[in-house]
Ligand binder design. Sequence first.
Ligand code: HXC
Ligand code: NAP
Length: 290
Amino acid sequence: MSYTEGMLRDGALKGKTILVTGGGTGLGRSMGTYFLKLGANLIITSRKIEVLEKTAKEMEKETGGQVLAVSCDVRDAEQVEHVYNKGLEKFGKIDVVLNNAAGNFISPTERLSTNAFNTVVDIVLKGSANVTMVIGKKWIDAGQAGTFLNIVTTYAWTGSGYVVPSAAAKAGVLAMTRSLAVEWAKYKIRSNAIAPGPFPTEGAWSRLLPGDLVKKFDPAKKVPVGRVGEHQELANIAAYLVSDFSAYVNGEVITIDGGEWLKGAGEFNNLDMIPQEMWDMMEASRGKKQ
Ligand code: HXC
Ligand code: NAP
């Protein structure tokens, strides 16, 4: 048994239709593929239809499941409505929404234009809100149960320099998750979040570690367990949170970062740098005084 293996039993998501925004690439693609393996029907959306269609074909071939690819810019509520209608036409219903689409890049904040700031907030916060509002209202009107799962990150609560629009937007998504978990529970709608630490993807690495930065800043070095994440271990948590096994989990954010954010937070965690010989010397000199 290993963290690179699927965790849930076969058929755990059978009968569910799951919409994954940003589902054509990276983590969205990995989570979507695992949902298909567990028996779900899948709808993937993003702006680039060519990417979505290619991914959908590859996913169907790999899993034997059914994938509907629909282009949608999450910044436009009408396009979200279109995805909902297409999903209904093909699968009869949508049970789960995974808000995974995001935009991000590193920059000193004083160098950001107003449009740069707005672009990230519009995709991450307002985009997730559009999808949540459009589909949440449909579920409420139909008296249908539903589950939202939102991908944030650990700087949603710590904040982080150089990604300020993303940090502000992800904090907003986390607040929305917790707020709706309470407000919409009466409609049988659950809302949870996952906060991943570093998981290598083309999309994230090209924007957060551009050029030579990838050689200078090895993300694994910041992680107490000494490595970056494997997509399957994220997919395992995601599958659990959208499955009925997690029916009593609501308003939660599950961190999966190998202890990374706490390493930065704990006052004395950098004493890791002290070699064993120095601890030996300190212990010996303590002994002498007694
Ligand atoms: C400063 C930048 C910039 C950069 C774009 N802009 N890139 N400013 N530094 N690196 C500015 C532009 O100059 C422009 O402002 C404004 O932002 C909009 O840029 P566009 O290119 O027109 O926007 P758009 O085509 O909508 O593309 C959105 C995008 C792009 C966010 C800029 O990178 C994108 O499509 N990203 C999607 C995928 C993605 O980002 N994946 C990574 C997620 S990783 P002006 O003023 O010039 O008009 C992630 C990880 C979190 O979230 C946690 C990790 C641990
Ligand atoms: P990614 O592959 O770049 O995924 C982002 C996806 O969002 C892309 O498929 C992109 O597709 C889509 N997207 C962007 N703008 C959109 C818009 N306006 N409308 C619809 N779709 C849009 O990067 P990733 O690393 O897998 O990121 C996935 C999620 O994980 C994000 O929420 C990210 O913040 C989060 N996360 C990642 C990491 C990490 O280390 N990788 C860590 C913490 C959190 P199009 O370009 O086709 O639109």
